[in-house]
Design a protein around this ligand. Structure first.
Ligand code: FE2
Length: 366
């Protein structure tokens, strides 16, 4: 099917209870620079927003300032989470109209907002759960982020005090959907946005003694935008996807994977900043060389940090997962370094799921 031209992920918007404090967390734990702000001081009355940047990654953190905010109920229902994966497109109106013509549910119609920095265009459609895709075009906009936003007050966050950890770009963003719904959402991305299906894993690939899931990956024509979709599979005990669906109250973004060029350095820095990562047992590293062959990194260092490795025909990749970043066991992050491999770490799923199950056991949700 014909593509709707999508350039890249423009930004990921998180709707959170306290954007001011979340900005502090993503800055000091994940190494983002806080670059822009919107709120009462910039004449935005209904919400506060912080724009954070590291490499090519842009996160936006938004909090409502009153219960009349149209999204305020989202916090009670979902807790903190991803509300929008915004996509940079050459033509907002064309992308929106074509997506809606193909059956996408519209959320907000094309809008061109103007300020002294130019014209900023957006339009939004729905995807799984309460998650949106906003089409963004900023070709005629030279402001710091969008109308309403101003560069952050340097008294508050001075760029010279940012301490980046080497996160460079978004690799993929994973959605969790209900049992039996994965194929519908794969079809959504194929039919509406012209994505192609890349790989799939079934419950035989991704199961432990107790819990299981199924996963398919869709990507856009250029391969720059990758969205794996998970659904729980039947097993003896409750899948981690079920746990997510219960606590997020429905489908939503499970994790955002961030690329680094030096995972050892990045993870070391994030650990020093108090980011908690999932741990696999030390025995994982005993069999590692047999499984993935020779790698450039020092095995003892990987074991020390808990970094996982997987190999395919094209090379290998290194990855690690944070624990959930809020109190609900919902959203977490992945740090990934690719050395040729375009895969998603299938060989790590079992070790990883067992690690997640140990956490579920502690939470009493297995
Ligand atoms: Fe991932």
């Amino acid at each position: 099917m014909h593509d709707i031209p999508l350039r890249k992920i423009d930004h990921v918007r998180f709707f959170v209870g306290n954007a001011r404090q979340s900005a502090f967390f993503y800055r000091n734990a994940f190494g983002f620079d806080v670059v822009a702000y919107a709120g009462l001081e910039t004449k935005v009355r209904h919400e506060a927003g912080y724009v954070l940047r590291q490499g090519d990654i842009t996160f936006v953190l938004t909090s409502p300032l009153s219960p009349e905010h149209p999204e305020s109920q989202r916090l009670v229902t979902h807790g903190d989470g991803v509300m929008d994966i915004a996509l940079d497109v050459p033509d907002v109106r064309a992308a929106f109209e074509e997506a809606v013509r193909r059956g996408a549910a519209p959320l907000s119609p094309p809008e061109a907002r103007e300020d002294e920095h130019g014209v900023f265009e957006t339009a939004s459609i729905r995807t799984y759960g309460d998650t949106a895709h906003t089409f963004v075009n900023r070709d005629r906009y030279r402001g710091v982020f969008a109308p309403g936003y101003r560069p952050i007050d340097p008294e508050r966050y001075h760029p010279s005090t940012a301490r980046p950890v080497g996160l460079a770009a978004i690799d993929h963003i994973v959605g969790n959907v209900e049992e039996g719904k994965m194929n519908e959402w794969v079809e959504f991305y194929r039919r509406i946005l012209g994505f192609e299906q890349l790989v799939s894993f079934d419950d035989k690939d991704i199961s432990t003694e107790y819990s299981a899931l199924m996963s398919k990956v869709v990507q856009n024509g250029t391969g720059r935008i990758k969205f794996p979709i998970n659904e729980p599979a039947r097993a003896k005990r409750r899948s981690q996807i079920d746990e997510y669906l219960q606590y997020y109250r429905g489908p939503g973004v499970q994790h955002v994977a961030l690329i680094t060029g030096d995972i050892v350095k990045t993870v070391r820095a994030m650990r020093a900043n108090d980011v908690s990562f999932l741990r696999v047992p030390k025995t994982y590293y005993d069999a590692l060389t047999d499984r993935v062959g020779s790698i450039k990194e020092d095995l003892a260092e990987l074991a020390d940090l808990g970094i996982l490795v997987d190999r395919d025909d094209e090379g290998y990749m290194l990855q690690i997962f944070t624990k959930p970043v809020a109190d609900r066991p919902t959203l977490f992050f992945e740090v990934i370094q690719r050395r040729g491999s375009k895969s998603f770490g299938k060989g790590n799923f079992k070790a990883l799921f067992e690690a997640i199950e140990r956490e579920q056991e502690l939470r009493g949700t297995l």
